[in-house]
Ligand binder design. Structure first.
Ligand SMILES: Cc1cc2nc3c(=O)[nH]c(=O)nc-3n(C[C@H](O)[C@H](O)[C@H](O)COP(=O)(O)OP(=O)(O)OC[C@H]3O[C@@H](n4cnc5c(N)ncnc54)[C@H](O)[C@@H]3O)c2cc1C
Length: 404
């Protein structure tokens, strides 16, 4: 009987297990996750759950009992500490060695740490796992707390919206000229800047963090302008780093992610990678792409499982993600570049619009804000890779479908 071992009990690993069974694999499936929790999705950790509107259990990938019912040997609280890709076996922190016929590395990513003085003070928080969200929710629920968020990226902004919704004072410290500057550029970044200011966030752009201050427990954040911002709660959201250590130590090819081909095969025989940790060759872009988003884990886990079963797989989905902040809901498809021009269909000041990123007249990405059911035509435009008339693109009377 074949044994397929999946390392990483996140969305990609859990969905891979589901697909193996759905495709009729009747061998042994072992899912190794270092967290003590059954697999869960992370988006609610900075949205519904942190807002207090969704139950904790709603984040689970599967119903209770699913793993037993599908004969998936889920080992929570267990870390894979070594990989011998020649002998085809994995070492667990229990001391056990597990042999595999096929191996999936879905080890995800971890919150990037901010290496400034005071980083080790108690109370400097990050948001990656359910217990992080439990702790933040307990603080936010008290209301009236002084919350300082370091980093105006997706997680920092979503957590800020939750903190404000619970009635806390929020200051965001962001070194770039706008929030989300690196992903969306100045104009669209400012849409989010305005949104948060309108909701009472004290947004300090162009401001870096020099140190966390406090004796034992953090009580403030010192910025590079010399100011000390007092804080009851400090949350750092400065990005994520892929968990590539296991692959690197095993001598697999790693280049800011575990390098795979379009079939999600890593550089060692019968080893695959999926989700945040995978830098997969993307046929649409003709280069390796690593996507740190929910939809990628959701779809790449199953694609990797099919590839492990020997099916013909070429993962070429257009990258996609979403956010919810206050009354703003947004979806983004594609990969906009920093030098791209931006064309809007609708007025960002009205709160409902689609922004397109263009490179040489070709749509590289589209972001729909409070406009729904347009992901398919936006992705078709990205996929078509043909020059588009910018005037027609901006004209709401021209169906998007006619432009692809
Ligand atoms: C708070 C938050 C909000 C988010 N919101 C959104 C959103 O709104 N939209 C969106 O598109 N994306 C969002 N994301 C990103 C999305 O959640 C990730 O892209 C997704 O979780 C990636 O899934 P994954 O399975 O690849 O990795 P992960 O979710 O990181 O899971 C990997 C798992 O593997 C475990 N692991 C690592 N190494 C080992 C080892 N050696 N042995 C055993 N286990 C190991 C880890 O502990 C972890 O449990 C959010 C992320 C966070 C943190």
């Amino acid at each position: 009987m074949d044994t397929f071992v999946l390392i990483g009990g996140g969305l990609a690993g859990a969905k891979a297990a589901e697909t193996l069974r759905a495709e009729g694999f009747d061998g042994r499936v072992v899912l190794i996750g270092e967290e003590p929790e059954a697999p869960y999705e992370r988006p609610p950790l900075s949205k519904g759950y942190l807002l207090g509107s969704d139950e904790r259990e709603k984040a689970r990938v599967h119903e209770p009992g699913w793993y037993e019912a599908h004969d998936v040997d889920l080992r929570t609280g267990t870390r894979a500490v070594g990989l011998d890709a020649t002998a085809r076996r994995v070492e667990l922190d229990t001391g056990e060695w597990l042999s595999y016929d096929r191996l999936l590395l879905a080890t995800g990513s971890s919150a990037r740490r901010l290496p400034v003085p005071g980083a080790d003070l108690e109370g400097v928080r990050y948001l990656r796992a359910l217990p992080d969200a439990d702790g933040l929710l307990a603080e936010f629920r008290k209301g009236g707390r002084r919350v300082v968020v370091v980093g105006g990226g997706w997680i920092g902004l979503e957590a800020s919206a939750a903190a404000r919704t619970h009635g806390n004072d929020v200051t965001v410290v962001e070194p770039q000229p706008t929030p989300l500057y690196g992903v969306l550029g100045p104009a669209m970044g400012e849409v989010f800047g305005r949104l948060h200011r309108e909701h009472g966030v004290d947004l300090r752009t162009g401001t870096g963090v020099e140190a966390f201050v406090g004796s034992g427990t953090v009580s403030g954040v010192r910025t590079d302008t010399g100011e000390e911002i007092p804080a009851d709660v400090v949350l750092v959201g400065v990005g994520a780093v892929p968990n590539t250590g296991l692959a690197e130590d095993a001598g697999l090819r790693v280049d800011r992610g575990i390098v795979t081909d379009a079939a999600l095969r890593a550089s060692a025989p019968d080893v695959f990678a999926a989700g945040d940790v995978a830098s997969a060759f993307h046929p649409l872009y003709a280069r390796h792409v690593r996507v740190e988003h929910w939809a990628n884990a959701l779809n790449q886990g199953p694609a990797a499982a099919r590839s492990m079963l020997g099916q013909d797989v070429s993962y070429d989905r257009v990258p996609y993600f979403f956010t919810d902040q206050y009354d703003l809901g947004m979806e983004y498809s594609g990969l906009g570049g920093p030098g791209d021009s931006v064309v809007c269909r609708g007025n960002p000041d009205d709160g409902e619009f689609i922004a397109f990123w263009l490179d040489g007249g070709r749509v590289t990405a589209g972001m729909n804000v409070n406009v729904w059911d347009v992901t398919d035509p936006i992705q078709a435009l990205v996929r078509s890779n043909r020059p588009v008339d910018a005037v027609r693109l901006a004209d709401p009377d021209v169906p998007l479908e006619s432009l692809a």
